[in-house]
Design a protein around this ligand. Structure first.
Ligand SMILES: Nc1ncnc2c1ncn2[C@@H]1O[C@H](COP(=O)(O)OP(=O)(O)O)[C@@H](O)[C@H]1O
Ligand SMILES: [Mg+2]
Length: 238
């Protein structure tokens, strides 16, 4: 069986600086795969390249059987790959509903869109309660919920989340992680980038540790959670 996402020997550079140095990994349908690693490891660069926002210098990306290396970002969304970016990037002056509608910009099925907006409200009740308010009035954690809800509005086959817990209170972080677990249970395939290794590995089927542009360690979430080098480097143990 071929994987939903296949990344092979991907290299990405900003000018002369190579940020991703030949990484390979796969994501199977139904899996949660996590990329963990410290700041600057190349995680965001990887997701932005998968989304078509950056062009790799070499390597191939196959998604759902299609080669997508060099494909424009909106085509990639149309193929079913959605991205909730680092820093959320919601539109603060637009209402919560309008932000969600933007996530469905490629769709024409009005009834389906309305249905999915209500589904986002079920997943995140606060978004429904505040539907008509400008998104800029939401707290950081609520904005994260909106960014995830918006990404889901394209009905993705693969949802990529970049640092969903960044800057959140422990309670809000728990809520976001619980929602990711809920999405996983409902069959959503997820590529999760996190600096919170403990939380990410606890819910991921598989994980990869990135260090300065390379994957240095791979395993099941459980294996990595119990790996001594991971515990020392990422879980604050000595
Ligand atoms: N727009 C950019 N221009 C130049 N260098 C960048 C840019 N964005 C990221 N980098 C560099 O690329 C490397 C990887 O960054 P990034 O992918 O953001 O890592 P991570 O998401 O793992 O923290 C870092 O050294 C970073 O400084
Ligand atoms: Mg990042």
């Amino acid at each position: 069986m071929t994987a939903l996402l296949e990344v092979d020997n991907l290299r990405v550079a900003y000018g002369k600086i190579e940020a991703v140095k030949g990484i390979s990994f796969t994501v199977e349908a139904g899996e949660v795969v996590t990329l963990i690693g410290t700041n600057g490891a190349g995680k965001t660069t990887t997701l932005r390249t998968l989304s078509g926002l950056l062009t790799p210098t070499t390597g191939t990306i196959r998604f759902n059987g299609h080669p997508i290396t060099g494909t424009p970002a909106h085509h990639i969304v149309a193929l079913g790959l959605a991205h909730s970016p680092e820093g959320r990037h919601i539109f603060p002056r637009l209402t919560i509903t309008e932000n969600l509608q933007l996530g469905a910009f490629l769709r024409k099925d009005t009834t389906g869109i309305t249905h999915d907006i209500h589904r986002a409200y079920e997943l995140f009740p606060i978004l429904g309660e505040r539907a008509k308010q400008p998104a800029g009035t939401l707290s950081g954690g609520e904005q994260q919920m909106l960014a995830m809800g918006r990404a889901l509005m394209s009905r993705p086959k693969l949802l990529m989340l970049d640092e969903p817990s960044m800057g959140l209170s422990p309670i809000m972080m728990r809520k976001i992680m619980d929602t990711i677990a809920e999405l996983k249970a409902s069959g959503t395939t997820i590529l999760l980038v996190e600096q919170n290794a403990q939380a990410a590995l606890s819910l991921a089927d598989r994980g990869h540790v990135m260090e300065i542009g390379k994957i240095v360690l791979s395993g099941t979430g459980t294996d990595l959670l119990h790996d001594e080098s991971v515990r020392k480097a990422y879980l604050g143990e000595d």
